[in-house]
Every structure is written in C-alpha cells, then in structure tokens.
Design a protein around this ligand. Sequence first.
Ligand code: CA
Ligand code: CA
Length: 380
Amino acid sequence: MGASQKFALVASVLLLLSGVLLASEAEKSKDSESCNAESKEGCGCQQSRDKDSKKKDAEEPKADDTKPKVFYYKPVKGDTPYKRTNQMVRIPGGTFTMGTDEPIFAADGEGPGRQTKVDPFYLDKYEVSNAEFELFVNQTGFKTEAESFGNSFVMENYLSEEVKKEITQMVAAAPWWLPVDGADWKHPEGKGTSLKGRMDHPVIHTSWNDAVAYCKWVGKRLPTEAEFEFACRGGRENRLFPWGNNLNPKGQHWMNIWQGKFPEENTAEDGYDYTAPVTAFPEQNKYGLKNIIGNVWEWTQDWWTTEHTKDFKDNPKGPLSGTDKVKKGGSYQCTMQYCYRYRCAARSQNTPDSSAANLGLRCAATKLPSYLKKPAKDEL
Ligand SMILES: [Ca+2]
Ligand SMILES: [Ca+2]
C-alpha cells in the first residue's frame, strides 16, 4: 500500500468515525444507521486524479455530454451473448417535492422539502450490468480506477478465508468493510474471483469517474440528483419508496436490501444475500424502473452538499464544486436498523475516485440515443 493510499485509509477512518457518530445520534431518535460505514469517503488517490487531465475533464459534465465524442456504440448482432439491458424509459418531467420535511437523517441534508422542476429526460430502466460494462471495456480498453489503484472495498462476509488472511488493514469504525487487493469490477471479491454467473448483475467497484466515462461512451450521461429523485418518486408526493410507504406491499419484496441483524446475519428473505440481477424484482413505479432503490447505490452528477433551502429550484445541478459526489438509492447492505437509505429522499456521498462492492450506476440522457429508438428484437 503506497503512501497516498495509507493517507486515504486514515482519511476513511476519520470520515467513517464521523459517520458512526452521526449514526449514534440518529439511533437515539429513530432507526440506527451505519450506511456511512458503507462509505469510504476519501479512499482513492487524489494526487493521481489531479495529475490526470482526462479525468479532470470528466469531473465536470458539460451540457453536450449527450453527444459522445469518442465512441458511439451501436448494438450489432453477436456482440454479446447476453441479453441487452441498456434500454431507457422516458421520464416526463414536472414539479415535485425534492427531499423531505420529515428527514430520517437530517445531517445528510434530506430536508427541507423544496419544490423542484425537472425537464423531461430519459433514464436507464436498469442499473448498468456487468455485461453492458464489459462491452465498453472490450471496445475501448478502459481501465477503471479500482484497477489502477489495485484495490477496492468489499464487505467481509463476501470474502474467502484466503483473501481475508492477506488483509492487514481494517477500518476500526466499520471492521466489516475491508480494502481488498485485486478487487475490481471483473474480480468483485479480489484475486481468484470472477463474474461467472453474474453477467446480469450490476457492475460494482466503478468510481464516479468511471461512471461518467461509461455513460459518455454509450451516448448518455449521469442523472442529476434531482432527476434521480424525480424518477424514484414516480409521480407520488412525499412517499418513502418509489411505490409508496409500505415496505412490502402485497406481501412481496420489491427491492434487494438486507434482512436480519447487520452485519452478523443476512437471512436474504428477498432472495438475495448479495447483488441481484438488474432485472430482478418488480418494476418499482409507473416509470418501469427496476432497482432504482436497493441492490447497489448509484452515482449522480451532483457535488455533495447538505445545505438546502426551501426556494423553488429549476432543474438544479447541485453545487459548482465540491469534494464528494452524491449517490442515491441504498444497497443490498441496507436494513431498517443499519442503513435506512433505500428511500427516495435519502442520500450519501463518496469522492469521485471511490469504489466499492455496493456502488454502481445507471445513465440518463436528455435526448434518446438514436440506437435505442428502434427496440432491439432481443429486447427484454
Ligand atoms: Ca437481499
Ligand atoms: Ca439501485
């Protein structure tokens, strides 16, 4: 581990500790929280990012991000043996209440509720799968940041004894969350692991910079936080989940989260103790979105801030600068007791070069990419 990574680990510990303190506050009032323990803010190499002008460009998406400058993928029969999951749905736009006046975690900036206008746009129906990301990597040779750094974060429960033996560092405030050498999108649990049987699962260990590069390549862009939340709410005002306030309507599971006592026991009553296929579970609201909450966290364009006013916002794009990017939707590691962030108003953050086993993406677009205008024959 290099000096910069050691520094990053120390920074992670400090930030994670602050997250746990916040969590203990929240615990007193309602549900406890350690989703901050899922974050690893500060992890990664700031220095290398600054040196890389290409990545620097990617940090500030421009208005013309919908026009791919480098590659423009047109599906060709035989390109991939896997079913495509790159379809988009149209989100009609409108004015909605973003955030909430009844925050579960006020320190996250979940409130106040503010009237927010969002123009119509398109959003991926599914999280980006390993199969879709593989097309990108195969055709561009793209190297993710986790691959460049040589490690990424994975929860202890998913690691082999062999891999665990090699790990000498640990985040004191979140000992279940380990930096694993060789963990990247293709080797989700480190050396010796593969994507076998998981090509339709969401790609993980992708940083914000990786996500921007991927979305640009497919002629799309990341959604703004406002767009994500508008889509998540599906036209319903002030509800917890995309479908309403009931966790399991009709007695069924609508998302991939954690059941049981975190982190000791995952009973996987929803059918999955780790990531689920991006096509799993019912459509979560009338826009036809799958796993917009649950499964993996998803990056948005916006820089992170917790300072919001009640003023009307017209297509907000977040602060002009910052250190962390907003992620939304919660993950398979969230429970009511230990990360109640699988709610549309909930939010969290990581530095743009962070990656982890519970963090992925889906893309948005202002204009539907032309290759999607005619549904492919093999469309789901
Ligand atoms: Ca689950
Ligand atoms: Ca998700």
